[in-house]
Design a protein around this ligand. Structure first.
Ligand code: FE
Length: 348
């Protein structure tokens, strides 16, 4: 038995060495100065967050980036030996997948509970939002009146036959949007909506959200589903062609069930076997601080999530709406139903 334990320990050490990571827990139990972050966020702004966290706490962020499902599979495979402390994803549905696999643990932090509004965190503390993004539409104001897109339901009507662009249906942003619709409308109405939208596509889904926005500008479609920050980044970014496109188009804010646009989160949860749990909680608490909130909105054009945090000057013109108050955990809970509705409707 002792030999087996030694073998397992040796194998674990090898795995860690192979990943370029080190064992963080010191033998005497002293506080470690490392945080192993598994992140599915893919934005340049995030390095600034890690740098500031290290500056404030002395804790170094060792990051592994990947698609959410890759990181979840990796955590599953690593099991109890996983070095992961925090899992971060740019979608509540991806965070739910990690929770659903039993890879997260509940955190009860007064700092987090007071900073982050109740609907932007998982009710038992499995994950907390730190930024918000609306999944809305970009449209050509020469062809579409704002009143025509006041509700998501309008996108499924014959008015938009052949006029809609969207990325693939199994993208997690779309799964969460449809999950929210199931919560608001029920399955039958949501199924009809998805079928209507699919029959309104101008072309088979291809590319990401920015490609849909560019397709509206190119006249391929009149309306595109997109996350807010992609459009706002194009409007404010370095690329002159993208700035021209954004100047020609508008962001529209359809309402779900009369209660406001669907808003998703980027968020993080503490890994079930986090070797550096204290650092993990510190990191989540840091993300909710005014300075971190400012980085997220200044550099990635997201809406802040914490109470009292204001959007940046670039984001503010697109922030004048009341978001749907639904708890973000509902998107993932409804994800299996959303997936089957989307597949059945042929939204590839
Ligand atoms: Fe994104």
């Amino acid at each position: 038995m002792r030999r087996l334990t030694a073998l397992v320990a040796a194998a674990a050490a090898l795995t860690l060495a192979a990943c370029g990571q080190s064992q963080e827990k010191t033998a005497d139990g002293a506080a470690s100065n490392v945080l192993n972050l598994y992140t599915a966020r893919h934005y340049d702004a995030d390095q600034k967050l890690y740098d500031l966290f290290q500056e404030k706490t002395g804790i170094e962020v060792k990051r592994i980036e990947g698609r959410p499902d890759e990181l979840i599979a990796r955590m599953k495979a690593e099991g109890a030996n996983s070095p992961a402390d925090v899992f971060v994803a740019a979608d509540a549905g991806a965070l739910w997948r990690a929770q659903n696999e039993g890879l997260l643990q509940s955190v009860n932090s007064d700092a987090l509970n007071s900073a982050i509004p109740e609907n932007l965190r998982e009710p038992s503390g499995q994950y907390y939002g730190f930024s918000r993004r609306a999944r809305i539409v970009a449209y050509d104001p020469a062809k579409v009146q704002p009143a025509e897109i006041a509700d998501y339901a309008a996108l499924a009507t014959p008015r938009f036959k052949g006029k809609i662009c969207a990325r693939s249906g199994d993208n997690v942003y779309n799964l969460s949007l449809v999950g929210a619709m199931i919560e608001a409308w029920g399955e039958e109405k949501t199924k009809q909506w998805v079928e209507g939208v699919v029959s309104n596509f101008a072309r088979p889904p291809e590319g990401g959200d920015r490609d849909q926005i560019r397709a509206v500008a190119a006249g391929v479609c009149e309306v595109a589903l997109t996350n807010s920050y992609y459009f706002i980044r194009m409007a404010n970014g370095e690329d002159a062609a993208d700035r021209d496109i954004a100047a020609k188009l508008r962001l529209g804010f359809p309402s779900l069930d009369g209660k406001g646009p669907h808003v998703n989160i980027s968020g993080g949860g503490v890994a079930l076997n986090a070797p550096n749990k204290d650092n993990a909680i510190k990191f989540l608490e840091f993300l909710a601080t005014p300075e971190a909130q400012q980085i997220v909105t200044d550099l990635n054009y997201e809406y802040p999530a914490a109470n009292g945090a204001a959007p940046s000057a670039a984001v503010a013109p697109y922030a004048d709406f009341t978001a749907h108050p639904m708890n973000v955990s509902r998107y993932g809970i409804n994800q299996p139903k959303a997936q089957s509705i989307i597949s059945a409707a042929g939204w590839r």
